[in-house]
Write a protein that binds this ligand. Structure first.
Ligand SMILES: NC(=O)c1ccc[n+]([C@@H]2O[C@H](COP(=O)([O-])OP(=O)(O)OC[C@H]3O[C@@H](n4cnc5c(N)ncnc54)[C@H](OP(=O)(O)O)[C@@H]3O)[C@@H](O)[C@H]2O)c1
Length: 336
């Protein structure tokens, strides 16, 4: 089968298209013929081993699993011994940043992992970018208890995680203020937040409102900057170490000092998080699609994602969608 293979850590150019052996199917696994995947910041982080300690998890000298791609959408081609949740021909999608493997024509996944049927109204390409941002954003929103009546500000509302966070917080019943740069204002406003603040035209920390949660979804602001926006029992939650790697060091002290806390919730891959994503897709959540690249253009796709300026998500088209009508029918939803 064709796959994007990274035999060593490095820049986008280490990603090569190769013909490799098809994955073998273990107990409880299904074989998925991949139609689409994504290129996201997790793939970039693993490919270049950044931060350095990623090597402890992914391999010291090079990626232990050389086929990256944490997200996938495709069709079940074969069902392994002991697997019973899916049948051959089912449209499925999912996530896995331990096994990766989405940048290939075939992928084996345990049926108890983060894998689910694609909702009828979603195309393969939309489904391929529906999980990563929502998994990370959902982790933070659930850990900080966001629900009806919560006031939430999302900084970095145009990114993969941020655009999911805006929609998921609304789905959970929160009031949402979304902060992004000028170029993204229109696309972020279309996600439905109560207010959009353009940080290039206005000091977002001086808007005179208080929030239960300020979610820095891109790691580009700081607790210090956002402190005036937080209620005394509020949370400043992050997905990144922050501009000076300060965030992890603030979690413990702010837990015991009076006033708002810094939170760095760690995502746990599992069926619970997948069920949360599927539930949100049954409501208002639609992943924001920025660009689509063909498998052969993987290096260009990596270069674009590493500008850190994508708006929402980048699709990697691995193979033509089977002609089941669903992709055409769903093509109008979501994407930018
Ligand atoms: N904790 C985890 O397990 C985990 C997993 C994946 C990713 N991450 C981290 O989460 C962060 C977000 O990932 P992502 O995929 O959502 O990112 P992304 O999609 O690449 O974010 C792109 C957006 O970031 C915004 N941005 C770039 N520079 C900015 C700045 N200086 N100030 C404000 N906004 C800026 C841009 O929006 P504007 O043009 O509107 O400013 C752009 O639309 C990354 O730091 C990534 O490393 C963490």
């Amino acid at each position: 089968m064709r796959a994007v293979v990274c035999h060593r850590y490095g820049g986008p150019e280490v990603a090569r298209i190769e013909h490799v052996a098809e994955p073998s199917l273990g107990d409880g696994e299904v074989l998925v013929r991949v139609v689409a995947s994504s290129v996201n910041r997790t793939d970039c982080g693993v490919r270049k081993a950044k931060p350095w300690f990623a090597r402890l998890f992914y391999g010291l000298r090079g990626p232990r699993q050389p086929i990256l791609g944490s997200e996938f959408a495709g069709v079940v081609e074969q069902v392994g011994t002991g697997a019973s949740r899916f049948a051959v021909g089912d449209r499925v999608f999912g996530f896995g940043d331990e096994g990766m493997g989405g940048h290939a024509e075939l992928l084996a996944r345990h049926e108890e992992g983060m894998i689910a049927p694609i909702p009828d109204e979603l195309s393969f390409e939309q489904a391929a970018v529906a999980t990563e941002g929502a998994h990370y954003a959902g982790t933070t929103l659930r850990a900080t208890g966001v629900g009806p009546g919560s006031d939430v500000l999302v900084y970095g509302a145009s990114g993969g995680i941020g655009s999911a966070a805006v929609q998921l917080a609304l789905h959970l019943g929160a009031r949402v203020v979304a902060v992004c740069g000028t170029d993204a204002v229109e696309r972020v406003a279309a996600l439905g937040p109560d207010r959009v603040v353009d940080y290039q035209r206005e000091d977002f920390a001086a808007i005179g409102e208080r929030f239960d949660l300020v979610f820095d979804a891109v790691g580009k602001t700081s607790f210090r900057t956002c402190r005036p926006l937080l209620r005394d029992d509020g949370d400043f939650a992050v997905t990144d170490f922050g501009p000076r790697y300060q965030n992890p060091f603030l979690v413990l002290p702010t837990r015991f000092l009076p006033g708002p806390r810094v939170r760095f919730p760690l995502p746990r891959n599992g069926p619970e998080s997948m069920a949360f994503v599927v539930d949100a897709l049954g409501g208002r959540y639609r992943p924001l699609v920025d660009r689509t690249y063909e498998l052969d253009d993987i290096v260009e796709a990596y270069r674009y994602v590493e500008t850190e300026r994508k708006v929402g998500n980048v699709v990697l088209r691995v193979a033509p969608a089977p002609d089941d009508g669903a992709d055409g029918a769903a093509g109008e939803l979501g994407g930018g």
